[in-house]
Design a protein around this ligand. Structure first.
Ligand code: PLP
Length: 388
């Protein structure tokens, strides 16, 4: 028995593979500092945990409506309307188990063979994986280090074609930490407004920023009708394992995604949604504390990486990743990832885990203590004699 042909086209997220490899080395007694996985190292805030526990005790343990509980959808719509300066209602919202399913459902609902998808590269690997899986055509958009890892807009304009069905934006971005400036978003909106395409705006890191607050393309004229916002609770509220995310859609797409939800998950866990409601409506201090701590670590890791021979690291404006250019070491990203893992005991990701234009870079997640970050930097400095 063979797997379906389409399974030969689906990719993966190699952070999970590198993590498994690091754990295997640890099991053999090696000391590894984990700077590979993209999840906040903070506990879920106490009042959110309490709300989840209370919900279980109160009996929020059965099936709920496919697209989420109405009260929760309304609260999400209110939050998105307030933070993005737009007007959406609960009917536009579909709650799903994490941010990732929004990619899967939206792309499954939209894409056919031959449709072109423009997406950031280096970018979240699942975009490219799903384009291939669904038989659509990749149109990778190189991110430009000198532009704070945004697109070159002339290149973007040239990439648009009558076959472009989907444009994916991710700001603040993984793996670069780049934030797309408002002027660029406006220009992108001007370029796509008259076209028959959808924009997927992945805003999962919307609350983790260090300079100007990231903007959403939905604020520009005519964009709300053709944009899907992806957001969720994993990063903002340190809730990766709760599996809670959502999309904000034009109504016709919300209906399609609900149809895929009923065919797959039926609904998102009921008590998880109650915890999500507490997250949105409760105090936001824990988010502020987390972002403040991320800022300290960002400053430390960027400064430290810039002292490593052959490394050049720009300062990311959002998310919790540093993405140094390592071409000065003369090594490939993959070889350096391997060397740092085996010789330095530092687990990070090759930029190529995020696409071909990630070559020449490494991704370090600074979701680890300042102490561990400092130790990782010292270890990298020690092995740097290997390439100097
Ligand atoms: N979008 C981006 C850019 C991400 O980096 C991630 C997680 O790493 C997600 C979406 C998915 O988040 P979730 O864990 O909620 O599925």
């Amino acid at each position: 028995m063979k797997l379906a042909e389409r399974m030969s086209r689906i990719g993966t997220e190699s952070a999970f593979e590198v993590l498994a490899r690091a754990r295997a080395l640890e099991a053999q007694g090696k000391s590894i500092i984990h700077l590979e996985i993209g999840q906040p190292d903070f506990p879920t805030p106490q009042h959110i945990k309490e709300a989840g526990k209370r919900a279980i005790d109160e009996g929020w343990t059965g099936y709920g409506p496919t697209g989420g509980f109405p009260e929760f959808r309304d609260a999400i719509a209110e939050y998105i309307s307030r933070t993005r300066g737009i007007r959406v209602s609960g009917a536009n919202v579909c709650v799903v188990p994490g941010g990732k399913p929004i990619m899967y459902f939206l792309m499954t609902a939209l894409l056919e063979a031959g449709d072109e998808v423009i997406y950031p590269n280096p970018g979240f690997p699942i975009y490219e994986s799903l384009v291939d899986f669904l038989g659509a055509t990749r149109v990778p958009m190189p991110l430009v280090e000198e532009r704070g890892f945004s697109f070159d807009l002339a290149t973007f304009e040239k990439a648009l074609s009558p076959k472009t069905k989907l444009v994916i934006l991710n700001s603040p971005g993984n793996p670069t930490g780049g934030v797309i400036p408002k002027d660029d978003l406006k220009r992108i909106a001007d370029l796509v407004r008259g076209r028959d395409l959808i924009v997927l705006s992945d805003e999962i890191y919307s609350r983790i920023f260090y300079e100007a607050e990231p903007e959403s393309i939905t604020q520009f004229d005519g964009m709300l009708e053709k944009t899907v916002i992806l957001d969720g609770f994993s990063k903002t509220y340190s809730m990766t394992g709760w599996r809670l995310g959502y999309g904000v859609f034009p109504l016709w797409l919300a209906t399609a995604v609900e149809r895929l939800m009923v065919n797959s998950n039926s609904c998102t866990a009921s008590f998880t949604q109650r915890a999500g409601l507490a997250a949105l409506q409760g105090p936001q201090d824990d988010v502020d504390v987390m972002v403040k701590e991320f800022r300290r670590r960002r400053d430390a890791i960027v400064a430290g990486l810039n002292t490593i021979p052959g490394f050049r690291c720009s300062t990311p404006a959002g998310a919790f990743y540093a993405f140094p250019n390592i071409t000065g070491t003369g090594m490939s990203s993959k070889a350096l990832e391997e060397l740092l893992m085996t010789e330095a005991g530092v687990s990070c990701l090759s930029g190529t885990a995020f696409g071909e234009y990630g070559d020449g870079y490494l991704r370090f997640s600074y979701a680890n203590s300042l102490e561990n970050i400092e130790e990782a930097l010292a270890r990298i400095r020690r092995v740097s004699a290997r390439w100097t």
